[in-house]
Design a protein around this ligand. Structure first.
Ligand code: ADP
Ligand code: MG
Length: 483
């Protein structure tokens, strides 16, 4: 079912396109050797180029270009062997050059596409219009002093990729799914850490509304939204605002807006500037960016396996459902953990342990795959102890909890706590006999047709054996005695 919003005049369709700014992972900035690392003392990572001292010349960082090309390849996009840097002119207190070096008419990456998966499991393709490289600006700090603002230029000149989507997005959910997928691809590629809290990925959200079958109407752009949830909320809030305007007989004017999550509304920031307002022109300090096909092919050969391919392989090789496979490939580290675990073991059982007890433990203890006290090797050893009948499934849960607490190897925990499964049929028969004798009334009911009581007997025998009885043997012994 297509997503629509209901107004007084009937249903409205939402149209949305996203411009995502993704900070490139690289040691140094796009045109200078200063460090691009996040979180340093203000103004401790500023070269003369970043501070725009007179006579300083930019020199392109080869690794940043490689990162943009890798990203383009990961987005199934056209790589332009010839591209160019332009100056985008505007004044900002934290933009010492008075212009931003960007790419306007000739971006390094052209059209591509991303397949997103929606919560109901269906998929949709979102077109990529372009990806270009540009410099980030510095940062104004307004909360340090009651009367003054300060400028931190550490971020000035850091490389950004601006990734522009086609207006193919039709609901808040699709916007969320697109951003989630884009972030996942960037993280797999190692080209952006996708950390929206630190601002290394942020989105400008373009929204318009229309009646089914109409051409696009005027859009508004909501600037710098810094979480996936806020993007989804902003799409809906802005669409509703525009519907209100159209239905009151008004006209939506193209403008730049801000989203206020505390009020769940957008508000006007400034009227939208057009490209010609920026007086774009080719940067005379830089030559066109010319790549060889060999350079691009070399990067392509070394791309990691990306989420879609990995999901398909997990379904094929491990017999997982597409749903389970998608959860396990969400992060590269999770996928690697799973493959270590599944290797030489029951793949479905490995998936169940990971997505059940293991993920729950990560949540509960606020740890990640990387910091988890339970390693893939140890979780694998636990599965092996179940598979070779050393312990039963129920005791395995207890052993797992001890592993989370201590980080110990499961075999050590089993020995120390005496949790080995009892397969000695003499001991099992004795326990079964005792339980049936103590519950003569229930045995009579069972024999009179109350077959549900079988579960009760199993429970009692297991309890008598401190949970350590082999379930299959206990069942067998009970069946024989009750027959
Ligand atoms: P600009 O560079 O001025 O921001 P673009 O034409 O590059 O404008 O478009 C920017 C973004 O706006 C793109 O992501 C595009 O998909 C989206 N967009 C364009 N038209 C519409 C529309 N009518 N409704 C919603 N989004 C739109
Ligand atoms: Mg824009």
């Amino acid at each position: 079912m297509a997503y629509t919003l209901e107004g007084e005049t009937g249903s409205w369709e939402v149209v949305c396109g996203l411009e995502v700014h993704a900070q490139v992972i690289s040691k140094s900035k796009l045109f200078s050797g200063a460090s691009a690392e996040y979180g340093a003392e203000p103004n401790s990572q500023v070269s003369l180029v970043d501070a725009a001292f007179p006579g300083m010349l930019p020199v392109i960082n080869r690794e940043c270009v490689a990162q943009a090309v890798r990203t383009g390849l990961g987005l199934n996009a056209q790589i332009n062997l010839w591209s160019r840097f332009d100056r985008k002119n505007y004044f900002y207190a934290d933009l010492p050059q008075g212009y931003q070096i960007s790419q306007f008419a000739h971006p390094v990456v052209g059209e591509g596409k991303v397949e997103v998966t929606l919560p109901d499991g269906s998929t949709k393709e979102i077109g990529i219009t372009r990806l270009h490289l540009e410099q980030d600006a510095g940062k104004s700090l307004h909360d340090q002093d009651p009367t003054k603002s300060f400028i931190d230029l550490n971020r000035s000149g850091v490389a950004l990729m601006e990734i522009v989507s086609e207006p193919d997005i039709r609901s808040p959910e699709e916007a969320g799914a697109y951003l989630t997928k884009l972030r996942q691809i960037l993280r797999y590629l190692g080209t952006c850490d996708g950390n929206m809290d630190e601002g290394s990925m942020r989105a400008d959200v373009n929204v318009s509304v229309r009646k089914a079958g109409e051409a696009f109407r005027t859009r508004c752009e909501i600037k710098n939204v810094n979480s996936i949830r806020f993007v989804m909320q902003a799409v809906e809030a802005e669409a509703k605002r525009q519907i209100g305007i159209w239905e009151a007989g008004g006209e939506v004017v193209q403008e730049t807006r801000l989203f206020d999550p505390s009020k769940n509304e957008t508000r006007s920031m400034r009227s939208k500037e057009d490209a010609h307002d920026y007086r774009y022109f080719p940067d005379p300090d830089l030559l066109p960016l010319v790549l060889t096909q060999d350079f691009v092919d070399g990067l392509k050969t070394h791309l990691p396996e990306l989420p879609d391919a990995k999901t398909a392989r997990f379904v094929r090789e491990y017999g997982l459902s597409a749903y389970d496979a998608r959860i396990l490939v969400m992060e590269q580290a999770t996928a690697d953990f799973y493959e270590t675990l599944a290797k030489g073991r029951d793949a479905k059982m490995a998936a169940n342990w990971m997505m059940g007890d293991f993920f729950a433990a990560l949540n509960r203890t606020s740890t990640t795959i990387e910091t988890s006290p339970v390693s893939a090797a140890n979780l694998g050893a636990l599965i092996d102890l179940i598979a070779d009948n050393t312990i039963n499934g129920r005791i395995a849960k207890e052993v797992f909890e001890a592993m989370v607490e201590t980080g110990d190897h499961p075999a050590d925990i089993v020995e120390k706590k005496g949790l080995r499964q009892v397969t000695d049929t003499g001991a099992i028969d004795a326990a079964v006999g005792a339980v049936l004798t103590a519950n003569a009334d229930k045995v009579a009911q069972y024999k009179a047709g109350q077959e549900k009581l079988f579960g009760f007997f199993v429970g009692q025998v297991m309890k008598a054996m401190a949970g350590k009885g082999n379930p299959a043997l206990v069942n067998e012994a009970l069946k024989k005695k009750l027959a």
